[in-house]
Design a protein around this ligand. Structure first.
Ligand SMILES: [Zn+2]
Length: 223
């Protein structure tokens, strides 16, 4: 019995010494690095440029933002659960984040679909992004590769979330009674937080209009 303890003690001591030795070696070693490539692919760059044009001065676009930079798990039942939730987002990133230019608060997340076939990794990522955005209450826009160069469509999608229209420049009249319309923000319901136009004669006139019905193409359904 005693022998076993001695052997065990020796083993433990040995592993400690070995660990210390190797860790020290690692510490002093200087690794070499090289540039992997541009921060975005050519396709992503084209999309980014279209996005930049769509957003203009009304937002700041940040690319490849680690999820845990802007999101953190809510209080969980226990610490372990919190760490699991945190691990889920720690290694993942958002393709594009549009922020308010003054406060840098996150306004909308844009997930860029490069048109690749669906594979398990891609499905997992999409599920995670949808779940994370939904639970954190951040609007998410999925933009496919086809949207890349269509600035007007991007604008349409973005208009509900950021101030693309300068209210003093945008004068709109009620289609029912001809009175000027005012911009309001939905306080509740499915479209909470979204802006819309309402007739200045409200409640006498009930006419409302989507905030983003400014652009020619009306065929694109809102996401
Ligand atoms: Zn009206």
């Amino acid at each position: 019995m005693v022998e076993i303890f001695i052997v065990l003690a020796l083993l433990v001591t040995f592993s400690f010494v070995a660990l210390k030795y190797f860790v020290k070696q690692e510490d002093t070693k200087t690794y070499q690095y090289k540039v992997k490539g541009p921060i975005m692919s050519a396709q992503q760059t084209a999309f980014y440029n279209a996005l930049k044009e769509a957003v203009g001065e009304h937002g700041v676009i940040v690319s490849k933002v680690n999820m845990s930079t802007i999101i953190t798990p809510k209080q969980q039942a226990n610490k372990k659960q919190w760490f699991i939730a945190n691990n889920l987002i720690a290694k993942s990133y958002f393709d594009f984040v549009v922020c308010d230019p003054r406060t840098m608060q996150v306004r909308v997340i844009i997930e860029y679909d490069n048109g690749d076939k669906l594979h398990p990794g891609k499905v997992e990522r999409q599920k995670l992004i949808m779940q994370v955005c939904k639970s954190a209450g951040i609007p998410l826009i999925g933009a496919s590769v086809k949207l890349s160069y269509q600035v007007s469509k991007l604008r349409r999608l973005l208009a509900a979330h950021i101030d693309l229209i300068e209210p003093e420049k945008e004068v709109r009249f009620c289609k029912r009674c001809g009175s000027p319309m005012t911009i309001k923000t939905a306080a509740q319901g499915e479209f909470k937080g979204r802006r819309f136009f309402t007739c200045s004669r409200h409640p006498a006139c009930q006419y409302t209009e989507n905030y983003n019905v400014v652009f020619e193409d009306e065929n694109l359904p809102l996401q």
